[in-house]
Design a protein around this ligand. Structure first.
Ligand code: HEC
Length: 95
């Protein structure tokens, strides 16, 4: 009995660590339509629209964290907008 409780605690601890570390995360499927909508509603409130080619893929993820705070977006909105922006990069834009 004691042994089982210890074992269960260990399994729960590992499962918790995996979930919080993002190794096992709920599957995220980008909603591009939502990204486009929130982008159009939000990102032009404070400045002109920044074309996807303005920043590299890496720089966009930094900038999106920055703009997430400024615009008060949820995590999902931020990821959807980022997916929308990156999906709008053209083939010749290899940044
Ligand atoms: C509440 C106002 C506000 C909103 C909303 C906002 N921005 Fe910004 N953004 C700024 C300001 C101010 C700057 C420039 C000064 C700075 O860097 O802090 C900026 C700078 C940027 C830059 C330049 C690089 C950088 O990170 O500084 C990019 C790219 C950008 N915004 C994209 C976006 C996108 C995409 C959205 C929509 C998700 C958005 N912004 C929404 C205020 C805003």
């Amino acid at each position: 009995m004691q042994h089982n409780i210890k074992r269960m605690t260990k399994i729960i601890a590992i499962a918790y660590a995996l979930t919080t570390s993002g190794i096992i995360a709920e599957e995220y499927i980008p909603d591009l339509a939502n990204g486009a909508q929130v982008w159009a509603d939000t990102c032009m409130r404070c400045h002109n629209v920044r074309p996807p080619s303005d920043l590299s893929i890496r720089a966009w993820s930094f900038s999106m964290n920055h703009m997430r705070v400024r615009a008060g977006l949820t995590g999902k909105e931020t990821r959807d907008i980022q997916a929308f922006i990156l999906s709008s990069k053209t083939d010749t834009d290899r940044k």
